[in-house]
Each structure stands twice: as C-alpha cells, then as structure tokens.
Ligand binder design. Structure first.
Ligand code: PHE
Length: 345
C-alpha cells in the first residue's frame, strides 16, 4: 500500500521524464504491465483478509486511473511534438535559389520565317510547303527557264540525278517551283507564301552557303498590277523593318517574271550617305527579287493569261535577318552557337 502511494506521488515526474513515445511505452509497461507493482498487488488481493480487500481494490483502481490519464496526456503531447518536428524538418525554404532548367528557344531563321509568314497571313495569304528534292521540270521548265539556261549547269545546281532534262532530280535552287505546283493544283485566285530550304552549288564563305532559306510569295487574281506588287512589298517592309521604311524597285531579270525587279528598302541604320556598315553608304538595301508572273508560266499551269494576272517575289531569309539584326557572317546561322543565337530569343 505504501509503495503504491509513493508510486502515485512519483508518477507525474516519471511520466514527464519520458521524452519520446518509445520511452513512454516502456514506462507504461513498468506502471501498468504484467510485471508492474499494480499487477503484483492485484494478484495478492485474493490472499488478503476479506476486510482489507475493498480498500486495496479501490487504491489499485485509483492508481491505475491516475497512471493511465497521465500517460494518455503525455502521449498526446509527445505525438504532437513529433509531428511538429517532422514538419519543421520538412519545411521548404522558398528563398533558396531555384534549379535552372535550360529553356529552348526559336532559332532566328525560324522566328524570321514565322514573322514574315504572319505578315502575309494578315494580308490573306496561305502558307504552303513544297519538296526540297525537286524535278528539273518544276524547278526550271515550268518557270520558263530553257534547258540551256546557265543556272541549270552542274556548276550552279546540285543534282541528285542529272542527265535528261525531262527526268532530272535536283535540290531546288529556289522556292519558285511551288508557284507552278500550287497553281497546277488550285484554281485562281491564289495568295500563297512558301518558306523553305534551297540549295546551290556554292562554296561557303561570309556571304554564301550551299543551303539557305527563302520565302516565296505568289498572288494571282483578276486585274493585279505592278502597283499591287509594290504596295504589298512596301507594306511588308514597313511591318518587318519599321514604319519609316521606303522602298524602291530596280529593273532586274528572271525568266519567270516580266517585268522583273529587285526591291530595295531604305537603310534603317543610316538613312543614306556616310560609311554605313549596313548598306555601305548607298542608303538602300537590296532585299528580294520580284516581278509580274510571266504569261508562259500561267500557260504551263493551265491558267488563262488573258483572264488572270499576278505577281511573285522571293526573299532570302538569312538576308533579311542579317540586315535587320546586323548579323554577319552567314555561318552564324548554321553554327548553332548559343552565344550568338540566344541574343535573338
Ligand atoms: N526565285 C528567285 C531567286 O531565287 C527570286 C524570285 C522569286 C524572283 C519570284 C521573281 C519572282 O533569285
């Protein structure tokens, strides 16, 4: 009895001394388990004189209740504490610098093509693509270019299969074959732009590459005139290079347009004169070749040249990107050097 009373007195300190759930479990076993003082007394109760039993029984029950309550309270506290510490340990430090994920970006050639196409989409044009391996028929014959034309020589054109002009296969030297392919497949009117790779037998240097990109434009309708061509290209130049751009047309020659011209835009860097890095001081930058679609091309695709008229133009993508961003030499477009390309993301 005295031992039990002493233990009940000690109990709060004992329970408080358990600093983990594990040590509390051990203590619970000591106070209430099969080998505990309480369990021993319980076993002896039967051998006690009948008069003392109720008193002893009550003391045991009271002690059991005190121990159980203390342990339950302590357990709750310890569990809450454990959880709090786990949460504290798991806390995310949002002030840590983030991991860097390298993010891809569009190549300057691609973004230039997209930008130009967007401008023409805004004018009602469709974007179409064509084959890079082309037949001599579409690359030359359909475009009013005779078998004797110098551009058909192996020194200028990369042939996959050379010989009989009727079935020669080559890497297209311009995007113009899509003029013929598109008109052959679609009735007029036609408003299309054709971006893509073109190939020429050139040795790479600062201004030449055997592979480069062009964007072809073709507009065919009733009553289209050279003024429509000029207005369309002036609009393009202002959208692409800036509101102050003026353009001029200089006579040129292409077998598939008549008349033919090259379009120049006023230099956005110097506005003429001096020793400008962009235009060389002339104040104008040559941007593209263009002209009114030759009646022979219309006849070849089955259009009636007395009922429709139209214009075409072809611009070099590297060229207009170079001019606008001051990128030179040409190899910057193909080297995939992020120090160069990331400037245009
Ligand atoms: N295909 C010509 C070239 O590659 C450009 C051009 C396209 C000229 C359309 C006139 C009309 O140089």
């Amino acid at each position: 009895m005295e031992n039990l009373a002493a233990l009940v007195k000690q109990a709060p300190d004992l329970v408080e001394g358990a600093t983990s759930v594990k040590s509390l479990d051990a203590l619970q076993n000591d106070l209430l388990g099969r080998r505990s003082l309480i369990a021993g007394l319980q076993r002896q109760i039967g051998k006690m004189p009948a008069g003392e039993r109720p008193c002893m029984g009550r003391a045991i029950q009271e002690a059991r209740g005190v121990f159980a309550d203390l342990i339950a309270t302590r357990r709750e506290h310890l569990e809450r504490e454990t959880e709090r510490m786990t949460l504290a340990a798991d806390r995310v430090d949002v002030t840590l610098p983030a991991l860097e994920f390298p993010e891809g970006y569009t190549h300057l050639i691609t973004s230039t093509i997209e930008e130009v196409c967007d401008i023409f989409i805004g004018l009602g044009y469709r974007v179409v693509g064509g084959p890079e391996a082309e037949s001599g028929t579409y690359n030359f014959d359909a475009l009013n270019t005779p078998p004797t034309h110098p551009s058909r020589l192996e020194s200028d054109t990369l042939y996959l299969d050379w010989g009989d002009p009727a079935d020669e296969i080559l890497l297209r030297t311009h995007t113009s074959p899509m003029q013929a392919r598109y008109m052959e497949q679609h009735d007029p009117p036609a408003y299309v732009v054709v971006p893509g790779k073109v190939f020429r037998a050139d040795t790479p240097d600062a201004t030449h590459s055997p592979v480069f990109h062009q964007i072809e434009g073709l507009a065919v309708d009733e009553d289209l005139t050279f003024s429509d061509l000029r207005g369309t290209l002036a609009y393009f130049a202002r959208e692409f290079f800036g509101a102050d751009r003026r353009i001029r047309m200089m006579p040129d020659y292409f077998p598939f347009t008549e008349p033919s011209a090259q379009m120049h835009a006023s230099c956005f860097s110097c506005e003429g004169g001096g020793s400008c890095r962009v235009c060389g001081g002339v104040g104008w930058i040559e941007l593209l070749g263009c002209g009114m679609v030759d009646p022979n091309v219309f006849e070849w695709v089955g259009y009636d040249p007395s009922r429709v008229s139209g214009f075409a133009f072809g611009m070099g993508v590297e060229r207009i990107a170079q001019v606008r961003h001051g990128v030179s030499p040409l190899r910057h477009f193909f080297d995939n050097d992020h120090r160069v390309l990331s400037q245009f993301r």
